[in-house]
Ligand binder design. Structure first.
Ligand code: ADP
Ligand code: MG
Length: 257
């Protein structure tokens, strides 16, 4: 199964969710691959890959210079591989837009290794650029992380509108697996109100599991560790395990696995 983490907004927990969900899957014995499609390389950094070791990255793979199998990085975590992102992805993004079939480069290039994994999770840059379009075209379904804030609520609509505008790129419409409320801070009054508002509007599409705000998550990111390595018993590690189970259940219920 291939899943994409996407949103027009940055800072909503896409990367954290991509990496933590992959780690949760690996914990439950699935073989996972994270594909870092962000020129910032945040997923790679948060998995402890030093900046000088990012090449060959997904940029080389998408250009066709390096086979995906040759660009794989072993994260040191059992059953968990990575294809890194790097600055060069920014140029690839532009080049893809000029290519015929530019939306299908990703699926073409990871196809040869996709059988090795139970789950492939793609971390997208913010926005709906060709990189994200490639991720959506490759994925069986996508997950939209959102913050329980007014701005994030509006960003959801912008995302769906944006998707309409690029629908010509897809052979089949990308499928929304679920909307994930992240960085839920119960001390902030607005949190409950906004999460209710999002659930009212998007109903069953919103995952039951929510991710609490937790300083350990940010610390883990900075230390190049997953939340399970950094603080296995933290509320966020627990939440991401629960999310893993809910995602698998939804994939099964929707006939996507
Ligand atoms: N549940 C959480 N609690 C606290 N901080 C978080 C949580 N999830 C993410 N963060 C932090 O918020 C920032 C943005 O998250 P990130 O996953 O990088 O978002 P995006 O990929 O959408 O830009 C990062 O510094 C990350 O460590
Ligand atoms: Mg990110």
């Amino acid at each position: 199964m291939i899943l994409a983490l996407t949103n027009v907004k940055g800072g909503v927990g896409k990367t954290t969710t991509a990496v933590s969900l992959a780690a949760a899957f690996a914990n439950s014995e699935l073989k996972v691959l994270v594909v870092d499609l962000d020129p910032q390389g945040s997923a790679s950094a948060s998995l402890g890959v030093p900046a000088q070791d990012l090449e060959p990255s997904m940029a080389d793979v998408l250009r066709g210079d390096v086979a995906a199998s040759a660009a794989l990085v072993d994260t040191g975590i059992n059953r968990f591989d990575l294809l890194t992102g790097s600055m060069a992805l920014a140029e690839v993004d532009i080049a893809l837009a000029r290519k015929k079939n530019g939306a299908r480069r990703l699926i073409e290039t990871i196809q040869p290794i996709s059988r090795r994994y139970d789950a492939i999770i793609i971390d997208c840059p913010p926005g709906l650029s060709l990189l994200t379009i490639n991720a959506l075209a490759a994925a069986h379904a996508y997950i939209l992380p959102v913050l329980p804030h007014e701005l994030s609520f509006d960003a959801l609509d912008r995302f769906f509108e944006g998707l309409e505008n690029v629908r010509g790129y897809f052979r089949r419409q990308p499928r929304l697996l679920g909307i994930l409320l992240t960085m839920m801070d119960q001390r902030v009054n607005m949190t409950d109100e906004m999460s209710r508002k999002i659930r009212r509007k998007h109903g069953g599409k919103v995952f039951r599991t929510t991710i609490p705000v937790n300083v350990s998550v940010a610390e883990a990111t900075r230390s190049g560790m997953t939340i399970f390595e950094y603080e296995r018993w933290s509320p966020s590690a627990h939440a991401y395990s629960k999310l893993g189970a809910e995602v698998l259940r939804r994939m099964r219920d929707q006939g996507l696995t």
